[in-house]
Design a protein around this ligand. Structure first.
Ligand SMILES: [Zn+2]
Length: 203
């Protein structure tokens, strides 16, 4: 396979990218000057070394001296609440609203509705182990903040079941984002006011 087709195949693996868009990306790269493509390949080559996964919330963050990201190591945040989101982009969008001051957990995606092995698709075990640690620090509420679409709802019901089945959660209130989110909403594309309202009216 020549390098054009090889690159097209690689771009096709990106989320939401079909064969036509993948092809457009490759031809776009061919129109750019060498400095652009060199910087891009350098950044891609280094990204795994430069970026770490936080040991607590599983968010990606620029590598430094700590195994914890800036949010998890911030002791001024509210220990009583933990918010579960699907992906890093959802965390970023919610954090930008400044409407939430607790800690986060990144599930790593949503569960497909017919998934037979849910524990392999999302960080279920890691969530339980974080909840155990947070309970010892005074956790009283877990807010499930997932996309308001069939996959997000399915994931929420699954997580609620997993949490309710754990004796630890008997004194934790488990809530989820409330009114304001319209059906089909993906948190990544939801505006700040809508998120703030959904958080205020959590149920
Ligand atoms: Zn973290």
């Amino acid at each position: 396979m020549d390098s054009i087709n090889k690159l097209i195949e690689l771009f096709r693996e990106f989320p939401g990218i079909g064969p036509r868009q993948a092809k457009r990306f490759v031809y776009f790269l061919l129109t750019k000057h060498a400095g652009y493509t060199q910087e891009m390949s350098r950044l891609i080559a280094d990204i795994k070394d430069q970026i770490h996964t936080c040991e607590s919330c599983f968010r990606f963050f620029p590598k430094d001296h700590s195994p914890l990201c800036q949010v998890c190591r911030d002791t001024s945040r509210d220990d009583t609440s933990l918010m579960i989101v699907s992906r890093d982009v959802d965390f970023e969008n919610i954090e930008r609203t400044r409407a939430f001051n607790g800690y986060y957990f990144i599930l790593g995606g949503n569960l497909p509705v017919l998934e037979k092995n849910p524990e392999t698709k999302i960080r279920e075990k890691q969530l339980i182990s974080l909840v155990e640690k947070k309970v010892a620090k005074g956790l009283t509420e877990i807010i499930i903040a997932l996309d308001y679409n069939p996959e997000g709802e399915h994931t929420r019901e699954h997580i609620e079941r997993v949490l309710h089945n754990n004796p630890l959660s008997s004194h934790i209130k488990i809530t989820h984002l409330g009114r304001g989110l319209s059906t089909g909403s993906e948190l990544e594309y939801t505006d700040a006011d809508t998120i703030k309202n959904a958080l205020k009216s959590r149920i």
